[in-house]
Write a protein that binds this ligand. Sequence first.
Ligand code: PXG
Length: 291
Amino acid sequence: MKIYIDGKLVPKEEAKISVFDHGVLYGDGIFEGIRAYNGRVFRLTEHLNRLWSSAKAINLEIPISKALMEKAVIDTLIANNLKDAYIRLLVTRGVGDLGLDPRKCARGASIVIIADNISLYPPEFYEKGLEVITASTRRVRPDSLSPNIKSMNYLNNIMAKMEAIKSGLVEAIMLNSEGYVVECTGDNIFIIKDSVISTPPVSAGALVGITRNAAIELAREKLKLVVKEEMMTMYDVYTADECFVTGTAAEIAPITIADMRNIGDGKPGAITLKLMASFKELANSTGTPIK
Ligand code: PXG
């Protein structure tokens, strides 16, 4: 495996960054998780735009242009001979001293790109649907730290994920400090009631997921359904006809049990299944070619 670090493709064993990098010391850095399907990188421009917005929000200068970053992603995939892949792109604050002050990272930000085979949820998760719980860990308030800064500190989500794991599950629903549903630990959430699709608004504290956007477009344009961004509580989840999550890793996955309640009849819903199929088609036929 070859890893991209600051312009070089190096073997995995040599892919190291300094312990003085503020990404390590403080989680001071940003990332993107990206997928490639069938020789094309899915919504690469959108991922890079989100990365640049994260950088802007934390006052981090990315040392290369978007065009060069796109080339670096493609070059990493080619070097690893990957057509279907999970790509993790990091931009860390860089090497500094033992203080918070980012100005001490004078050499500038470091870029790391890892491309690997995708480890997917097992097929039965998609056939039967996922069971989730509501995490007691609340999503961090957007006025403290915007969820749209995809920062290298994911402890808020990791603590909620640990609650899911403790219950023998893989995902948990996270609420905001007012108790409204926001998203899952690494996925956005949607419910369907009487053929109307709803997802929590970004103002609730949700990440503007790339897969969330794709699901909204597919639901509106291909399935001709109404999609609303609106506040919801766990009552709305429990009493929905269908529920699903979206994310780069999970794609679109049905949720069939939440906090011990069956959602609808406890099986993946018809609209969810249609969206899953439409998403597969979209992901396999669009994107930036790996060449
Ligand atoms: N919400 C949160 C909090 C996320 O971290 C999403 C939603 C979905 O966004 P995209 O753009 O991927 O549709 C994410 C995704 C993983 C993993 O391994 C996923 C994410 C981050 C880190 C790891 O499942 N982010």
